[in-house]
Design a protein around this ligand. Structure first.
Ligand code: IPD
Ligand code: CA
Ligand code: CA
Length: 258
């Protein structure tokens, strides 16, 4: 199947998954996962199952990596691998902050080729395929090369790994003097998309999993942004890695401080 057609069908599946999230007025029973403050709801599994079913119908021989229900142990296959975070921003979802992303990436031969990230509350759909450009609700994204002082810096707070917070907050303090202001929106994928659409100049996290950033990384790079680890190295669809994204200028500035 042509990647252009596949992207459109992935967008459709993700929009439909958004209905499941919007239909929820109360996240219901929460379960704690490994690590501190790490919760999962029945909606995380429900959305992931829904997407696996839809995506299997599109690409029957694809492999899956997903955050929930044992799919986190999945490996990037030689052929096509869908990488799913059904709700990026589960804490927001539980607390009623209307900010979360349904994320579906598609990797082929070890490289992320297609990315879709959807915030069902704002009905904002970010989508991209490698070489085909990035779009927000169908409108092309091309970021301006803002410096840190010309924009906001988004950050994560290492919610599940408090032991690395000291180093993170030391770095954030240094960066706080260089940027316009700082934000933590509680969704890594949307934070990366916010760089892609020019809402922020840069974003950093001390530790992400592949499902947090794979889909958004295609959107960002197609919009002209940069994504690496804190040492400036390619991420290579690894899990448990630091992530730094930005406009080319803001990425350079932030990298020199880490
Ligand atoms: C989390 C969010 C959060 C980030 C965490 C992620 P989840 O994803 O993206 O912003 O700080 O590192 O794990 O658990 O809500 O899917
Ligand atoms: Ca996530
Ligand atoms: Ca999640």
């Amino acid at each position: 199947m042509e990647t252009e057609v596949l992207l459109e069908q992935m967008c459709q599946a993700v929009r439909e998954a958004g209905d499941l999230i919007r239909s929820c007025s109360f996240a219901g029973e929460m379960k704690a996962k490994a690590g501190s403050s790490n919760f999962v709801t029945k909606y995380d599994s429900m959305v992931q199952n829904f997407l696996i079913k839809k995506l299997t119908a599109l690409v029957p021989d694809a492999a899956f990596i997903g955050e929930e229900d044992g799919y986190s142990e999945g490996k990037i296959a030689e052929g096509k691998t869908f990488i799913i975070d059904p709700i990026d921003g589960t804490t927001n979802f539980i607390c009623g902050f209307p900010v979360c992303g349904i994320c579906v990436g598609l990797a082929e031969r070890g490289t992320a080729e297609i990315g879709v990230v959807y915030n069902p509350y704002r009905e904002e759909l970010f989508a991209a395929r490698r070489g085909g450009g990035a779009f927000l609700n169908g409108k092309p994204l091309k970021l301006a090369d803002h410096s840190l002082e010309e924009g906001v810096l988004c950050m994560d707070t290492a919610p599940y790994t408090p032991e690395i917070r000291k180093e993170l907050f030391d770095n954030l303090l240094k960066l706080s003097h260089l940027c316009m202001d700082m934000r933590s929106i509680g969704s890594a994928a949307l934070s990366i998309c916010y760089v892609a659409c020019g809402r922020s100049a840069a974003y950093l996290s001390p530790k992400l999993c592949v499902w947090d950033y794979a889909a958004a990384s295609v959107i960002l790079t197609e919009a002209g942004g940069i994504i690496t680890d804190w040492d400036g190295k390619e991420l290579g669809l690894a899990t448990g890695v630091s992530v730094l994204t930005g406009t080319p200028k803001a990425h350079r500035e932030a990298a020199s401080m880490l």
